[in-house]
Design a protein around this ligand. Structure first.
Ligand SMILES: [Zn+2]
Length: 383
């Protein structure tokens, strides 16, 4: 009886310990996601997010360097095929174009924004004296003529209001033309669900996948050299990936991105096919790249062997870093893998935690299988 009781007490203690560990890993990942999503860093102004990423990556890598456009290249492993894993750290944003005499600011957008996403939003300008809060105002319905009420308000008519009454006050706040602007949208766990609301999941979700996969592969074997590459300036034309691939000279390229879900607004199955919470996705087509077919098959086989659901997606009018990787050093087999995101290229996006965890599982499993014979087979085009 006593022994039985002891076993129960001991068993409970072990269970409690295990769930406490689960809980702490869980919290650690939420904290990582929050820190990475909240860090500012539109294209060309990646300093704050670069610092966050380097702080996470440096202790996990055997070497860490930068290319000439500021991308981070960290390595794990020193022998075997060169596998480049890419995620971009820049986010959608803008920069100050002009200060008006009455203290308003106009904005040059960075990356692809819909005009309708810009109105009536809060923004943060990173000025010389630090963060300055701003709003793109909206006209009141009482003064807008009925025929204009359903019209989209053009970005050319927008001003950032920072509460200043003239140019001198704007300057005194440390703002000048060229300063970066980012959405003001703090990370939020959405009502206790597995869904997380934040700005910049494109592509901070990919950056977070990199950190979690690096953590796992620090203690697990892999038969290759992994070049964890966090690129700059993706949103303005895949610019950082181009130069980073020059430095890495990969044998295989894997891009990690935020996908676009087609599960709201009545569903647009011909535009995009992935759904939130249904697992990671693989791109079979986008306007910038066609994936290597053997590498697609390899990804599908790896997912199936691990019982990870893998969604497929074909999207027109989408570009990603894998397009630059595959054109480097005489041609590289690449794939673009995505964590599905709702409401991309906007102030507020939603990611699903299970999709994220399964993406990490899939990536780690792929990297553990990419040994020299496998890479040689993937790179072989002999008929
Ligand atoms: Zn992206």
């Amino acid at each position: 009886m006593k022994r039985f009781l002891l076993a129960i007490i001991f068993g409970t203690a072990v269970t409690t310990l295990a769930s406490a560990q689960d809980q702490s890993t869980q919290n650690q990942i939420i904290q990582t996601l929050q820190k990475i999503a909240d860090a500012p860093g539109p294209s060309g102004f990646e300093e704050p997010i670069r610092k966050v990423m380097v702080d996470y990556m440096k202790p996990l890598s055997s070497s860490l360097r930068y290319d000439g456009m500021g991308s981070i290249i960290a390595t794990q492993g020193s022998t075997g095929p060169r596998v480049m894993v890419d995620a971009h750290m820049d986010e959608l944003g803008g920069m100050i174009r002009r200060i008006t005499p009455n203290g308003f600011l106009t904005m040059q957008m960075l990356g692809g924004w819909l005009d309708q996403a810009l109105v009536d939003q809060r923004w943060v300008i990173i000025g010389a004296n630090g963060a300055v809060h701003a709003v793109t105002g909206i006209r009141d319905i009482h003064v807008v003529p009925p025929e204009e009420r359903t019209r989209v308000f053009s970005r050319d008519q927008l001003y950032l209001d920072i509460g200043a009454k003239n140019e001198a006050e704007v300057r005194a706040m440390g703002i000048s033309p060229g300063d970066p602007v980012v959405p003001d949208s703090p990370f939020t766990v959405l009502n206790g669900t597995e869904n997380y609301l934040a700005k910049a999941w494109d592509d901070r979700v990919g950056c977070a996948v990199v950190i979690e996969a690096m953590r796992r592969l620090q203690t697990q074997p892999h038969p290759n050299q992994i070049f964890w590459t966090i690129t700059t300036q993706e949103e303005v034309g895949l610019r950082g990936a181009h130069t980073a691939a020059d430095v890495v000279k990969p044998d295989i390229g894997i891009a990690l991105e935020g996908g676009i879900t087609g599960d709201v607004f009545g569903g647009h199955a011909e535009e995009t096919q992935v759904r939130l919470g249904a697992g990671p996705g693989i791109f079979l087509y986008d306007s910038s790249a066609l994936p290597n077919r053997k590498l697609v098959a390899f990804t599908k086989e790896t997912a199936a062997a691990k019982a990870i659901p893998l969604q497929t997606d074909l999207v027109q009018g989408y570009g990603d870093d894998s397009a630059e990787l595959q054109k480097a050093v005489g041609g590289v087999p690449t794939v673009n893998l995505v964590v599905p995101i709702r409401y991309t290229h906007a102030h507020n996006g939603i990611m699903n935690r299970k999709d994220f965890d399964q993406m990490v599982d899939l990536l780690v499993a792929m990297l553990q299988k990419l040994d020299a014979p496998t890479v040689e087979r993937l790179r072989d085009f002999t008929p």
